[in-house]
Ligand binder design. Structure first.
Ligand code: 9MJ
Length: 678
């Protein structure tokens, strides 16, 4: 016997569902949450508790009922009443011009207005709502028939089980892309690795594998989400007559639509958009493989019609492929500044996104095992943006019979010292220390680099020549170099020797944070070096600090503290530091400002565009000195975006999110207020 439900409980449950629906709408559709996550969780748990006490309250569309069903034996087929389209492709500006010309000629107009969208790299899906309730979700399949993945799609929190509001059509099929954001993908792979389970080669495969699970409880643990970009069957209500307006309408019903979607004029507008998105590609939180152009007017879409399954009114403009196949010819081990051995794949050269690639990183021995890479294998290499190309996976079906295993060396390939891998460490290391010329060379390269001592003209090749010619053994020897010694080297003339001597002299005047960073202490990057400089103020205090004192510093944990402490306990390191100071390397002491006294503590700024008064790096350093964080991307947490000349997408994002936008004058006024303006 189930107990009767008191009226106030019914009302409370209804109220909670209404609140949860509203906050889901704010969070997913508007990307503008009104309440913190903990408050949302409280509402959700409140509803769960009521439903536990009164199971009759549970409805199929309750937000608590995402994962319910038992595993399936297989997926049923679903016929799409309106086929799911495929898109034609263009790969060049010329092909885009052809597409636009065909559209203009087909319509007999001078200029066409397009809706332009990022092309998400996920899985196309169609979700059917009847009277606002999610009744079926199907994959695209061949466009006519797909697979019924309703149980799995119900577990995606960004997909409403019930449309928001009440003005929705009796029947609505929404179409969109289910995808896995990059951060979720990385986290999923990390979890899979920990459990010793299969990892995924890229977010697309991870999304596909997650959506095609027979057990929805597994799908529910996968960080999937969705962006909607179209509709299929619609009954009972007229939708707007322009594509962009339809997408805005979908948002009103609680469906997620990509915020990068715009309306542009003509092929020029399309081309600008392509370049803007290509520029942004690496900073987007999800993978895309191009952009999509769609004629915005539905009347014009109808007029243009289809060629077989692809519409004449839309096309995809693909970015050059970031992944290609090639052969792994050998693996060599590079020795870094701290002795870390990195396996580098020597590849049969292959063009990837317009660049010839013949080397790619394999990261570390664990990754080699995880990917099952053997020498002679056909592998997939990926080159994304400015990052080093990497071997992503092996094409197992192409493995020839005579492949060789990749073995971690037992001795350093450069100096012959033992190679050891500490418990819990991902990388093996050469134990040769400064006896190893590779470690020495890389330490010196780091010391000279732009963000360290910034020694202009002292490039990697020159450091190698200097070490090989035994003109320098450590970084302090740099300052004893004479123009004659330098000019005597291959490919160096008197002029470049003079320039280098001058650059060395100039670099002696530095800052404590640069100097600390330049020392190349393990795990001490730019940001830790800055924190240490600001916290301790002088080199002596950093050198003398105990591990306990170091741990007190923000962002310094026990491991980093141990590395710093150990570094300054090595007589050799102390000697080099003394030699550097004796050679004239100097910096002003840093005025120590306690965190609480830092006037801009807790504030985050984003700098964009060109500043007139000072380079962005300098403005960044000044803001940081006052305790502010300076970030590369705009979010709702950003205190202000400082927009210089020709500011682009970050400015747009700030405007969309309602983040304060400052001009340079306002920034200077703030810096002047604290006496750091110039
Ligand atoms: C993706 N993949 O992001 C379409 N798509 O429109 C967008 N795909 C599409 N639109 C019609 N943004 C067929 C496919």
């Amino acid at each position: 016997m189930s107990k009767t439900i008191p009226d106030d409980v019914i009302q409370r449950a209804a109220k909670l569902r209404e609140q949860i629906a509203y906050h889901n709408y704010r969070y997913y559709a508007l990307d503008d949450p009104e309440i913190p996550d903990v408050e949302y969780d409280r509402l959700f748990r409140g509803l769960q508790e009521l439903e536990q006490d009164y199971p009759q309250l549970v409805t199929h569309d309750s937000p608590t009922q995402r994962v319910g069903a038992e595993p399936l034996k297989g997926f049923a087929e679903v016929r799409h009443a309106i086929p799911m389209l495929s898109l034609g492709n263009v790969f060049s500006e010329e092909a885009l011009a052809d597409f636009d010309r065909r559209v203009r000629e087909g319509l007999g107009v001078e200029e066409v207005v397009y809706c332009v969208e990022p092309k998400l790299d996920g899985l196309a899906i169609s979700i059917r709502y009847e009277d606002g309730l999610l009744v079926r979700a199907a994959t695209r399949g061949d466009g006519t028939t797909g697979e019924d993945v309703t149980q799995n799609v119900r577990t995606i929190e960004a997909v409403p089980l019930k449309l928001y509001g009440d003005a929705y059509p009796a029947v609505l099929e929404v179409r969109g892309e289910v995808y896995m954001p990059r951060a979720g993908f990385e986290a999923l792979n990390a979890r899979q690795r920990e459990k010793g389970e299969k990892t995924f080669a890229n977010p697309r495969n991870a999304a596909a594998g997650s959506l095609r699970q027979l057990d929805p409880r597994i799908t529910a643990t996968r960080p999937l989400t969705i962006y909607c970009y179209g509709v299929g069957v619609v009954e009972g209500t007229e939708l707007p007559d322009h594509h962009y307006a339809i997408l805005q309408q979908l948002k009103e019903w609680g469906l997620r639509v990509c915020p990068e979607i715009r309306v542009v004029r003509g092929m020029q507008g399309c081309h600008h958009y392509y370049m803007e998105i290509e520029d942004k590609r690496d900073t987007l939180p999800y993978d895309i493989d191009g952009v999509v152009y769609k004629v915005n007017s539905l009347a014009q879409q109808r007029e243009l019609g289809f060629v077989s399954r692809a519409p004449r009114w839309a096309t995809a403009h693909k970015f050059p492929a970031q992944e290609e196949m090639t052969i792994l010819e050998n693996v060599e081990w590079q020795v870094g500044r701290t002795g870390a051995l990195t396996p580098v794949a020597r590849l049969l050269p292959v063009h990837v996104a317009g660049v010839m690639v013949s080397n790619a990183t394999l990261h570390n021995p664990d990754e080699i095992v995880r990917k099952g890479v053997r020498i002679g294998d056909t592998v997939i290499v990926r080159r994304a943006g400015d990052v080093i190309p990497e071997v992503v996976s092996v094409v197992a079906s192409k493995r020839p019979p005579d492949t060789q295993p990749v073995e971690t060396p037992t001795h350093c390939p450069v100096c012959g010292a033992d190679v050891l891998q500490d418990e819990g460490e991902a990388v093996p290391r050469c134990t040769g220390g400064l006896f190893c010329s590779a470690q020495r060379k890389n330490g010196i390269k780091h010391f000279a680099s732009r963000k360290a001592m910034d020694i202009d003209g002292l490039g990697d090749k020159l450091v190698e020549q200097l070490v090989d010619a035994e003109l320098i053994k450590d970084v302090a020897d740099l300052f004893a170099l004479t123009r004659e010694q330098i000019a005597g080297l291959e490919r160096m003339g008197e002029k470049s020797a003079d320039n280098l001597v001058a650059a060395l002299k100039q670099s002696k005047s530095t800052t404590l944070e640069r100097f600390l960073y330049a020392l190349g202490i393990r795990e001490v990057g730019e940001s830790t070096a800055r924190t240490l400089a600001n916290y301790f103020g002088t080199l002596d205090k950093v050198e003398e600090a105990s591990e306990e004192q170091l741990i007190e510093v923000e962002d310094v944990g026990p491991i980093v503290a141990h590395h710093i402490h150990t570094f300054f306990r090595q007589p050799h390191n102390r000697e080099v530091i003394d030699k550097l100071i004796a050679a004239g390397v100097h910096w002003p002491d840093v005025e120590v400002v306690q965190a609480a006294e830092q006037p801009l503590a807790g504030q985050t700024f984003v700098l964009t565009g060109t500043l007139e008064a000072m380079p962005r790096d300098e403005a960044k350093a000044k803001l940081q000195a006052l305790g502010a964080k300076v970030s590369g991307s705009v979010s709702k947490k950003t205190s202000a975006v400082v927009a210089g000349e020709a500011a682009g997408s970050k400015l747009t994002k700030a405007e969309q999110l309602g983040v304060e936008v400052w001009d340079e004058k306002r920034l200077l006024a703030l810096l002047n207020e604290y006496g750091v303006g110039d």
